[in-house]
Design a protein around this ligand. Structure first.
Ligand code: HEM
Ligand SMILES: *[C@@H]1O[C@H](CO)[C@@H](O)[C@H](O)[C@H]1NC(C)=O
Ligand SMILES: *[C@@H]1O[C@H](CO)[C@@H](O)[C@H](O)[C@H]1NC(C)=O
Ligand SMILES: *[C@@H]1O[C@H](CO)[C@@H](O)[C@H](O)[C@H]1NC(C)=O
Ligand SMILES: CC(=O)N[C@H]1CO[C@H](CO)[C@@H](O)[C@@H]1O
Length: 345
């Protein structure tokens, strides 16, 4: 900004005096150019930035990291739900913390069917309490959810990324809005691609973020029909590897709603590329995972990561998480900074 103002003055001078060195002018035009690119880049036009709390609450990110480190050292299986929480928050009404709101009449986002398998809200509350102690009324719940998602990935041996902050909290949470915004596990490839496109996310973001399924667990109910009643005729999903299917059938009996299975068996507490290895071997758990083999771009990406312990996935994941974290954010003077994440001020 400063550079750019100084630069404009230099340009005016150049025109007036015609005595500015050419190299300085080029440098100057370069600054102008980068300023314009940043100023008009739609992704950056929303008021988010890395280090938004650097002045207002310099300890914020360290406090979040610290609490998550403590939580994850005793309960690493909370990593899955905490990562997933950012996804479910962002896809409904944007990343505005609306998912965290309680409704006395049970009509909030968290009450809706897709959210019934979410958990970990008490961890967000614990982080919020610690952050409020450091700087009351400064850090939004929406940003806490975004920071927590990054920190659990780091705790589970993924690569870190810079989280953009500056989100404010919304005041509305409407369970009905989860339908048509969140995508279910039976989604086919066009539903997935379109559902992500509607949120401004690319096909690459879709396949990279699906890699979030490298950690966590799923209820049998999320894929039971693939094992027992795929087309309603008591059949199985032919896209599922038969050996893997037999293993799953041992764990999930017909109609089982409750049992949990590891989505990435053997390494469900480690962020690694094994999700892509599994999907490439037709061992993805959901139809939505299997569907990623049916689009050229998503399939190529899966094959490019399968079996590669240091593939680009680790870096790609942070990039796509930043993209997801920009969905319909509330910034500036809109919304509020909630005092307690489960209710509006
Ligand atoms: C592409 C569309 C997606 C679909 C259809 C989908 C669907 C699902 C389903 C059905 C579950 C299991 C819920 C249960 O039965 O307990 C699940 C779990 C999970 N999902 Fe996704 N998901 C998608 C994208 C994402 C994204 C973008 C992320 C984050 C980057 C993510 C992260 C997770 C995690 C970490 C879990 C494990 C949760 C736990 O351990 O409790 N998913 N997903
Ligand atoms: C919730 O969202 C649905 C679907 O968009 C809408 O029809 C309904 O009026 C909303 N409810 C409230 C209380 O705003
Ligand atoms: C994908 O699913 C949607 C919604 O269920 C359906 O309308 C569409 O026809 C399906 N597309 C393909 C290619 O199967
Ligand atoms: C399979 O699905 C069909 C159609 O949805 C349903 O009528 C039938 O009861 C299901 N069978 C079982 C064993 O769940
Ligand atoms: C974690 C959570 O709040 N789950 C809720 C999801 O919705 C159901 C049905 O309203 C509630 O019973 C759960 O407590």
């Amino acid at each position: 900004m400063f550079k750019s103002c100084q630069c404009r003055i230099l340009i005016i001078f150049k025109i007036m005096m015609n005595n500015m060195s050419t190299s300085k002018l080029f440098l100057c035009l370069f600054y102008q150019f980068t300023f314009l690119v940043f100023a008009f880049n739609p992704a950056n036009a929303q008021g988010l930035k890395v280090g938004f709390y650097a002045k207002s609450c310099p300890k914020a990110e360290a406090v979040v990291k610290d609490v998550i480190h403590q939580v994850m050292s005793v309960a690493p299986s909370l990593g899955g739900p905490l990562l997933r929480m950012h996804f479910h928050d962002c896809f409904v009404r944007g990343c505005d913390g609306s998912l965290l709101l309680d409704s006395p009449t049970k009509q909030a986002e968290k009450d809706a069917i897709p959210n019934q398998t979410l958990r970990g809200y008490q961890i967000i509350d614990r982080v919020k309490t610690a952050v409020e102690k450091a700087c009351p009324g400064v850090v939004s719940c929406a940003d806490i959810v975004a920071l927590v998602a990054r920190d659990v990935v780091v705790e589970l041996r993924g690569l870190s990324w810079d989280v953009e902050t500056g989100r404010r909290d919304g005041r509305i949470s409407n369970g009905t809005e989860t339908f048509g915004n969140l995508i279910g596990p039976t989604a086919n490839i066009s539903t997935l691609v379109n559902g992500f496109a509607r949120k401004g996310l690319s096909v690459k973001d879709l396949v990279v973020l699906s890699g979030g399924h490298t950690i966590g667990t799923s209820h049998c109910s999320s894929f039971n029909e693939r094992l027992y009643n795929f087309t309603g005729k008591g059949d199985a999903d032919p896209r599922l590897d038969s050996e893997y299917m037999e293993k799953l059938k041992l764990k999930c009996k017909p109609g089982d709603q409750k049992t949990l299975v590891e989505m990435d068996p053997g390494s469900f507490k480690t962020v690694d590329e094994s999700y892509f290895t599994l999907v490439s071997k037709r061992r993805g758990l959901f139809q939505s995972d299997a569907a990623l083999l049916e689009n050229k771009e998503t399939r190529d990406y899966i094959l490019s990561q399968a079996g590669k312990s240091f593939g680009s996935f680790f870096k790609d994941f942070g990039v796509s998480m930043v993209n997801m974290g920009r969905i319909d954010v509330v910034t500036g003077k809109s919304g509020e900074i909630r005092k307690v994440c489960s209710r509006v001020n």
